[in-house]
Design a protein around this ligand. Structure first.
Ligand SMILES: Cc1cc2nc3c(=O)[nH]c(=O)nc-3n(C[C@H](O)[C@H](O)[C@H](O)COP(=O)(O)OP(=O)(O)OC[C@H]3O[C@@H](n4cnc5c(N)ncnc54)[C@H](O)[C@@H]3O)c2cc1C
Length: 395
């Protein structure tokens, strides 16, 4: 195995690094400086972060691995990984377009028709249209197949009724990709349809609500006899065949848990910041706190291990393989690692960390990692049954 980057990859990485550092400074200055920029999970912050997305897009850094026709650079997956690493190492902000470009887009590449792709992908990459994920409902989370929001076929479209919840950035998004029950009589995994819904469709009401950290990061979305016309989007509003939404949804979740949503660059950058904070302590204090030093080293090693494991995943993908149920192991790894990195920072910096907004915000968000993208308890069931081949619980 050769873990060295090629000359072309090094050039790509250095270009990305130079551009990101320079443009990040400009963007921050244009919006009053880093401290003045609100979180992308607030209305005002979202608009400012869309300006960042626009800059990425105009310079072809928004979706590096996509075809050039959609605003990408046709970068390899290896280059995409390098870009991600540089992105987080530079301290660039969370991507407010992530649910579109990292979750929906891979499913569009797999299941959409050409007209859908040609219309949706460039607008998504530019941040012109922003997509949220409408899957969870008040009574359907882990057991997603129990969802009850209805899509009833009618002349020229679908009539939608029901409610979605926990819709990340739904309050600011223009479109929703959702799972709807289109055949209540079919077996529960079969009667589902994956629909692409403009949120300004009459009968759709979006109500934002706050998270524990105070940001309006979530929305509830209500459908009351909302008529979704087949031609509401060029190429149609159904992704995959009607009734086959579960198959499309499983492809989206494998992106969510596996490769695209949380690349190692994010955790490597946090680990490096943690190491820097540790090294800034006087020698005597480090000696007194050797046990914490061990934990920090361990957390850094886990971030490095995730990077190596991802190289393995990319190799498998490039060779035509797929990740499958093992993406659950990946999700367990990064979500638990994120908490440990932030808890180490809190132990290291004590109340000082509270004044460093990035650590506090990071800790708060890390605590939701074991819940979103499928809870960790459920991922452990998947690993037990589908990776290790153990019998199902209760049998
Ligand atoms: C930050 C964040 C962002 C999110 N963004 C979105 C979004 O954009 N779109 C969207 O649709 N949803 C989103 N969600 C919702 C998320 O997908 C759900 O919260 C998650 O699927 C769990 O569902 P639930 O909250 O209904 O909990 P439940 O499914 O009711 O689970 C409650 C508890 O029971 C446990 N449990 C359930 N079933 C089992 C089982 N079979 N075995 C063992 N334990 C079990 C769970 O692990 C959990 O601890 C988000 C959630 C968070 C925290």
């Amino acid at each position: 195995m050769d873990l060295r980057w090629s000359d072309a990859e090094v050039v790509f990485r250095d270009d990305a690094r130079d551009w990101l550092h320079a443009e990040l400074a400009t963007w921050r200055a244009d919006h009053g400086g880093a401290e003045a920029i609100p979180s992308g999970d607030t209305r005002s912050g979202f608009a400012i972060h869309l300006d960042w997305e626009r800059r990425l897009f105009e310079n072809r850094w928004a979706v590096v691995s996509w075809p050039k026709a959609y605003g990408g650079r046709e970068a390899s997956l290896w280059e995409w990984l390098l870009f991600e690493q540089e992105y987080y190492a530079a301290g660039c902000p969370p991507r407010v377009t992530q649910n579109g470009i990292f979750l929906l887009a891979p499913s569009l590449f797999a299941f959409a028709n050409d007209t859908q792709r040609d219309h949706i992908l460039p607008r998504m990459a530019a941040g012109t249209d922003t997509w949220c994920q409408g899957w969870s409902e008040p009574n359907a989370g882990s057991d997603l197949a129990s969802l009850t929001t209805r899509a009833t076929r009618t002349d020229g479209g679908w009539v939608l009724n029901g409610q979605k919840t926990w819709t990340t950035r739904g309050a600011f998004s223009t479109h929703l990709f959702g799972l709807f029950r289109s055949d209540p009589d079919a077996e529960r995994h079969r009667g589902l349809t994956y629909l692409l819904v403009p949120l300004d469709t009459p009968g759709v009401t979006v109500r934002g609500f706050g998270r524990l950290d105070g940001d309006e990061g979530f929305a509830e979305v209500f459908f009351e006899d909302a008529f979704l016309a087949d031609d509401a989007l060029p190429g149609g509003v159904t992704l995959g065949e009607p009734g086959e939404g579960w198959k499309v949804a499983m492809s989206t979740t494998s992106s969510e848990r596996g490769l695209t949503l949380r690349s190692p660059g994010r955790f490597l950058a946090t680990a490096e910041r943690l190491i820097a904070a540790w090294q800034a302590l006087p020698d005597g204090v480090r000696a007194e706190r050797a046990a914490l030093g061990e934990r920090i080293t361990e957390a850094w090693m886990r971030a490095e291990a995730y990077q190596l494991q991802t190289l393995q995943t990319v190799t498998t993908t490039v060779e035509g393989g797929s990740v499958g149920a093992e993406s659950s192991l990946v999700k367990l790894w990064w979500s638990e690692l994120d908490i440990e990195l932030h808890e180490c920072a809190m132990d290291l910096l004590g109340t000082g960390a509270l004044f460093e907004g990035a650590w506090t915000k990071g800790l708060q968000f890390s605590l939701s990692g074991p819940i979103y993208a499928g809870t960790n308890e459920v991922q452990r069931n998947v690993v037990a049954e589908r990776v290790l081949g153990l019998p199902r619980a209760g049998r």
